[in-house]
Design a protein around this ligand. Sequence first.
Ligand SMILES: [Zn+2]
Length: 648
Amino acid sequence: MRSFPPLFRRAVRICYYAVFLAVPFAAIAQSSPPITYAISLASPEQHLVEVQMTLPAGASQRDLQLPVWNALYQVRDFAQYVNWVRATDRSGKRLPVRPLETSRWQVQGAEDGAIVEYQIYADLPGPFGAQLNPHHAFFNLAEILMYPVDARSATMRVRLSHVPAGWGIATPLLSEPAGDFTAESYDRLVDSPVEAGNFQESDFDEAGGHFRVIVDADSADYNMDKILAALHKIVAAATTWMNDRPFDTYMFLYHFPHGPAGGGMEHSYSTAIEINADAMRQSLNAFTGVTAHEFFHLWNVKRIRPQTLEPVDYTKENYTRALWFSEGMTSAAEATIQLRAGLLDEERYLARLGAEISELERRPAHLTQSAEESSLDAWLEGDSYYHRPERSISYYNKGELLGVMLDLAVREASHGRVSLREVLQWMNTNYAKKGRFFDDSAGVRQAAEAVSHADLGWFFTKYVAGTDEIPWNDFLRSVGLRAEQITITQADAGFSASRDFDGPMLVGAVESGSEAERAGLEVGDTILELQGKPAGQESRETLLRLNPGDTLKLKVRGRRGERELKWKVGARQEISYEVIDLDHVTADQRARRAAWLKGEAQNVEPASGARPPASGNLGPVTPTPEAESRGPHAEIQTPLQTAGAPAP
Ligand SMILES: [Zn+2]
C-alpha cells in the first residue's frame, strides 16, 4: 500500500513528470544514494526468487526488514518463505548477518556498502500475492523485497534478471533507459506491481490521461475491444464525477484464470485485477464492477487517505476505524460510476441495494459490531470463526449502505443542493490535494457537514460508531422508495464457509442435526471441490444457485483426511429485502431519485431558506457561525428520529 510523507506528496507528482522528461537521474537522488535490487527469475519451476540488494556506504550496522503484511489487511509473515540470507562487502568478503526478529536481519560491517542476497519462495497467486512460475511472474514487491530500516525514503532502483525468453515486463514504475525501474521511495516502489510474462498490451487516451491495459489470459476468454470500450466509459464517468485526474498515466493489469480468481488490488497509478475466465465469457458485469471499484480507490484510500493508515507500519497490524469508508464508500462509488457510465440500470441497482440490506440484516452481529469495529477487526479476516454471522459484519457491506444513506441524508439536509459527490470532492480538495490525511470517521463527518451545512452527528453516532438499526424507509422515502421485507424459502446447505481472498475455502460452521453434519462435514475442513469444480470465487454463486432437494457434492480435506461427501440440500425460511416504489411517488421524489441515480446534486436555486421543508423531514440548517462551531455532541433533532416508524 502507498504512503508518501504528507509534505512530500505534491512535489512527488511534479517530479513524476519531470523525471519522465529525462531530467538526469542524479537530480532527484542527491539526498540519499539509491538502494538497488536485482530480482532473478532464474528458477520459475521451483518458484524461487533470488534478490540481490546493494546498500550504499553508510552506517556500519544496517537493519533490514521484510514487511509482515501487504495488499491485504492481514499479517501473512512473508519471512516464512525466506530460505537464506547472506551478505558481502564490495570486495566479496563475507559480512555477518544476524536475525533480530522473524522478519528483521542485521548486517554488520556495512560502512563501505554491502551486497545482501537472499532466496525467497514466491507462489502466492492473485492480485494480493507474489508469484513466480513457468507461466509468469507477478509481484507485490513488498512481499519479496526487504528494506533498510534507516533508508525507507531513499530512491529505489529495481532490475529483473534472468527473465525467460519471450517475456515482457509491465509495471507502472518509471523505466530508465538501461532497463531499470525506479521509485522515489520504498513506499512508492511497493505500491507498483510488476508483471513479467507473455501478455497482451493495449492503450488508450481518455480525459486527458494515458492508460495502459495489460491482459495475461487466453485470448479466447476475452475481447480486447469490448474491454477498451468499457474502460473508456468507466474512466470518463469516474474522472468527471470527481472532476479530477491526479495522474498522467495509469495501468490496468488483468488476469483471467480458469481456476479460482481473487478480485482486485488498488494502487496509486495502477490496479491488478483477477476475474475467473468463465465469468468473463458470460458477461462484463464482474469486470466493470471490480474495475470501477479499484479505479475509484486511486482517490479513496490512495489519496483521500485515513490518518490511521499513515505512515504504513510494515512490522505489525495498522489499526484503522475507517475501512467502512475507504472500502464501503468505494463500493457505493463503484455502483454510481457504473450508473453514470451506462453499465448499470436502475432495476439492477435497486436489486443490488436490496441484496446489501438483506446481507446486513441477516447477520445478528449487525446489532453488536459497528462499522468502525468491523474496520478495526479487519485483521481477523484470515480466521474462519470470525466470519460467522453472529461474530462479524462486513465493512464493505455496511460501509456501502452507509455511503448510500449518507448520500440521501446530505441531500435531505440540503434540499437536494448537495450530494455524496460534493462530500467526496470536498475531501479530495481539502485533504488529498493539500497533502493531509483525514481523521477517520470524524474527517468524513467534517466533510459531510461542511457541504450540507447540517449537523450530521446523529448519523455518525448511531450508524457508524453505533449499532442502531438503520431505518431504511426513512432514508429511502425522499427518493420515493421503501425496503419491503419478504420471507423466502432458501436452500440450506447446512454449513457456512468462507474464502479469504486468495486463501482456501474453510468450513466455519456446521449446523447441528443437518444433513451436512450427518454426511461427516466438520468445522475446519478445507473445501477442495464443490460440485466437481475447484473451490474458488464462483463457489459462492454455486451455493446460492442451489435449490432445496438438490444433491451437494464436496471434496474436503481436514482432521479426518481427504473425503468425498454428498448430501441432500435442505430448506429454511429467510428474511429478504426488496427496494421498491412507494405506492404514490411524488414529482419531488422522482426528481430527487433521478439526481441520486446520476450521483449528482439537484439543479435547484441557491440556498435562500425559502423552500419549504420536504415531507416532514429536516429543514435546512442555516450555515450561521454558531451552527458551524457546534461541537460534535451538540443536541439537534435528527430527521430520522422524527420521520416516522423505523423499517421492520
Ligand atoms: Zn476495495
